[in-house]
Design a protein around this ligand. Structure first.
Ligand code: NAP
Length: 231
């Protein structure tokens, strides 16, 4: 039975992934910054009991990351999904929202935190023997397709995609496959009500793509339907 760890699992795409994996019989380690106020996640855990475990994780807090790694000591993780993310603003270079604080928060959450979380949980993924690590990036990471605007977010997602690509090389020796994924334009707090697809469509597609990930396809950057995204 696969063990899957998902960051940012209390809402949006992360929550839909929890449901999808639980439905397929996996054990899901669903992490949230504030489990005490994660009502939707608690209800999903109740519905799929005992498949879903809830753990605290603020991906930008090193004590929280280390506490999670310790709490899971001795356990395998077959699939690690770095999903948690933030978007501050779509504005262009005149947008005052793109200040130091925003850069710091967006780069720390979307780029550095997935690295730190992956490093902290690497021993658990190695124990799996055939572990996989998925980074939920965005087509907005693409430098080939560069429409401007949303600078901190685009840079952070380009960064995490680069990270995924390099980790794919580095972790192949441990039998770990790594992929970066565009989840689609999804109706969540981040994607907005007018977005193209539901969280369930996105989670279904991501589930299929992560199942397809292997040492032969490691380093892939693709969308939830399996279309390659330009770097
Ligand atoms: P969302 O609904 O805004 O949810 C974001 C999730 O990330 C929440 O669970 C949030 O937790 C969590 N999070 C933020 N900062 C965190 C931190 N420091 N530590 C732990 N968790 C943290 O967003 P979404 O649309 O589901 O996005 C999920 C992923 O898909 C993100 O990486 C996003 O960039 C990517 N993506 C989304 C779209 C889209 O159209 N929606 C498109 C491309 C890529 P709290 O509830 O505690 O804030």
């Amino acid at each position: 039975m696969a063990i899957v760890l998902i960051t940012g699992a209390n809402r949006g795409i992360g929550l839909a992934l929890v449901k999808k994996y639980a439905q397929t019989g996996a054990t899901v380690i669903a992490t949230a910054r504030r489990p005490d106020v994660a009502g939707d996640l608690s209800r999903v855990a109740e519905d799929y009991r005992p498949a879903v475990e809830i753990h605290q994780l603020d991906a930008t807090d090193s004590d929280s990351v280390l506490a999670l790694a310790r709490a899971l000591e001795g356990r395998d993780i077959d699939v690690l999904i770095n999903n948690a993310g933030v978007l501050n603003s779509y504005g262009d270079i005149s947008d005052p929202a793109h200040d130091w604080a925003a850069w710091q928060q967006v780069l720390m959450t979307n780029t550095a935190a997935p690295y730190i979380v992956t490093r902290a949980l690497l021993a658990h993924v190695r124990r799996s023997g055939a572990g996989k690590i998925a980074f939920i990036s965005s087509s907005m990471a693409s430098s080939a397709r560069a429409p401007g605007g949303a600078y901190p977010y685009r840079a952070s997602k380009a960064g995490v995609t680069n990270l995924a690509r390099n980790l794919a090389t580095d972790l192949k020796k441990f039998g770990i496959a790594v992929g970066a994924y565009h989840p689609g334009w999804v109706r969540t707090a981040m994607g907005g009500e007018g977005a193209a697809i539901s969280v369930d469509e996105s989670a279904e597609g991501l589930f299929e793509r992560i199942n397809h990930l292997s040492l032969e396809t490691t380093g892939v950057f693709e969308d939830y339907q399996g279309n390659a995204v330009q770097f």
